[in-house]
Design a binder for this molecule. Structure first.
Ligand code: ATP
Ligand code: MG
Length: 327
C-alpha cells in the first residue's frame, strides 16, 4: 500500500509563489509515489476570516483550481473540503483533552499570526487551530506533510498529541512527518520575511504576465545600491532570493555579476520576470481549462470529500475502540 500525504491550504484567497515553492511543487513531484490528499481548509480559514464567509466560499474553488493548475492530477489526487469531514471535527474534540492551553499560547506561529491580525484576546478557535490541524493530518493517518517552515511548530504539536494519544490508549495513529522544500519560506515582494496571501505582498499563481512584470519591477532590492556602478549585495535583495528559488541555474552567475556591478537591477529583474512567466505559462493554460469547467472542479471536490469521509469513518472506529468509547 502507498504511503499517504495530507497537506492543504486555508481558503482565505488565491495561492501564490510561496505556496508553490514551499509546498505545491513537492505535492506535484510526489503525487505518483504517495496517496495524496489536499485539504481545502475552510474551517481553519474561519479562525481568522469568520466574518467573511463569501471570501471563504469563493476561495474553495480558487484554491482547488490553483492546485490543479500547477499539475496535480485529479485522477490521482484526492481533494477534500475540510468542513464536510466529520471525523476531523470529532478528532479535534478528543485531541483537545491532550493539549495544554499554555503550550498553544507559546506556539511561535500562533504568536506571529496573532500579532499580524492585531489579536489581543485570542478566540478559542484561533488558539486551538493547531489541534484541529493535528486532526486534519491524522484523520487519514498521513505519513508525510509537505509544508512551509511556519508550520514546523504545528507539526511538532501534532506529533506530541499523537504520541500522547498512543501512550494513553494504545498504538492507533501514525506519527506524521513534515517535508520542507529547498525554499521553506519565500519572502514577500515588499521584503517581509514571508510572502502571505493575507499580507498583500504576493505574486499569485493566477497573476497575468503584465502583473508579474509590474510586481517584480516594484520588488525590494539592495537599498544601498543606488547607481548601476555601485556593487550590490544579493544577500539582502528579494529579487536575488527569487532567482535562487526559481532560476537556480543562473543564480550563482547573477549574484557574481551583481557583486561586481556587471548587471543592473533593471536587467536582473527582467531576467527574473521572464523566467517566472515561463514557469507560470503552463499553469495559466490549465487554469483556463478549469475556470471554464467549474462543474468538473465541483465533482472533484465532492467525490474526494466522500472518499475522505470513508477514510475518516474507519479511523474514528479505531480511535473510539482504543478510547473505549462505546456502550
Ligand atoms: P494566510 O495568510 O491566510 O495564513 P498563507 O499564505 O500563510 O495564508 P496557508 O494556507 O496558511 O497560506 O499555507 C498553506 C501552505 O503554504 C503551508 O504549508 C505554508 O507553510 C505554505 N506557505 C505559505 N506561504 C509560504 C511562503 N511564503 N513560503 C513557503 N511556504 C509558504
Ligand atoms: Mg498561513
Amino acid at each position: 500500500m502507498k504511503k499517504r500525504i495530507l497537506t492543504g491550504d486555508r481558503t482565505t484567497g488565491k495561492l501564490h509563489l510561496g505556496h508553490f515553492i514551499g509546498s505545491l511543487q513537492n505535492r506535484v513531484k510526489l503525487q505518483d509515489e504517495y496517496d495524496t490528499l489536499i485539504l481545502l481548509a475552510d474551517v481553519q480559514a474561519l479562525t481568522t476570516h469568520f466574518s467573511n464567509p463569501q471570501l471563504i466560499n469563493a476561495s474553495i474553488y480558487d484554491v482547488a483550481i490553483d492546485n490543479l493548475s500547477v499539475g496535480l492530477n485529479p485522477e490521482k489526487v484526492t481533494f477534500v473540503q475540510q468542513s464536510q469531514v466529520s471525523a476531523i471535527a470529532e478528532l479535534t474534540v478528543f485531541y483537545s483533552m491532550l493539549v495544554s492551553v499554555n503550550s498553544l499560547r507559546h506556539n511561535p506561529t500562533i504568536k506571529t499570526e496573532a500579532k499580524q491580525y492585531g489579536y489581543d484576546d485570542l478566540t478559542y478557535g484561533f488558539l486551538g487551530y493547531p489541534v484541529s490541524q493535528a486532526a486534519d493530518i491524522t484523520f487519514c493517518n498521513a505519513d508525510l506533510v509537505p509544508v512551509g517552515d511556519d508550520q514546523l511548530p504545528h507539526m511538532e504539536q501534532a506529533r506530541k498529541i499523537v504520541r500522547r494519544f498512543n501512550d494513553l490508549y494504545g498504538e492507533t495513529i501514525k506519527v506524521p512527518k513534515e517535508l520542507l522544500s529547498d525554499t521553506p519560506r519565500l519572502p514577500g515582494i515588499d521584503g517581509n520575511s514571508k510572502m502571505g496571501k493575507s499580507l498583500g505582498n504576493a505574486i499569485y499563481l493566477s497573476d497575468d504576465k503584465d502583473t508579474v512584470i509590474a510586481k517584480i519591477k516594484s520588488a525590494l532590492t539592495d537599498k544601498n545600491r543606488i547607481a548601476i556602478s555601485d556593487q550590490g549585495n544579493p544577500d539582502i535583495c528579494t529579487v536575488s532570493l527569487y532567482h535562487n528559488a526559481f532560476n537556480c541555474e543562473e543564480y550563482p552567475n547573477i549574484c557574481d555579476m551583481c557583486r561586481k556591478a556587471k548587471i543592473g537591477c533593471v536587467a536582473c529583474k527582467k531576467a527574473l520576470y521572464t523566467k517566472l512567466n515561463a514557469i507560470l505559462n503552463p499553469f495559466r493554460e490549465r487554469r483556463a481549462y478549469y475556470e471554464h469547467h467549474k462543474s468538473e472542479v465541483r465533482d472533484i471536490i465532492v467525490s474526494g470529500t466522500n472518499r475522505a469521509n470513508a477514510i475518516g469513518l474507519d479511523t474514528m472506529l479505531k480511535v473510539k475502540e482504543s478510547m473505549k468509547i462505546s456502550i
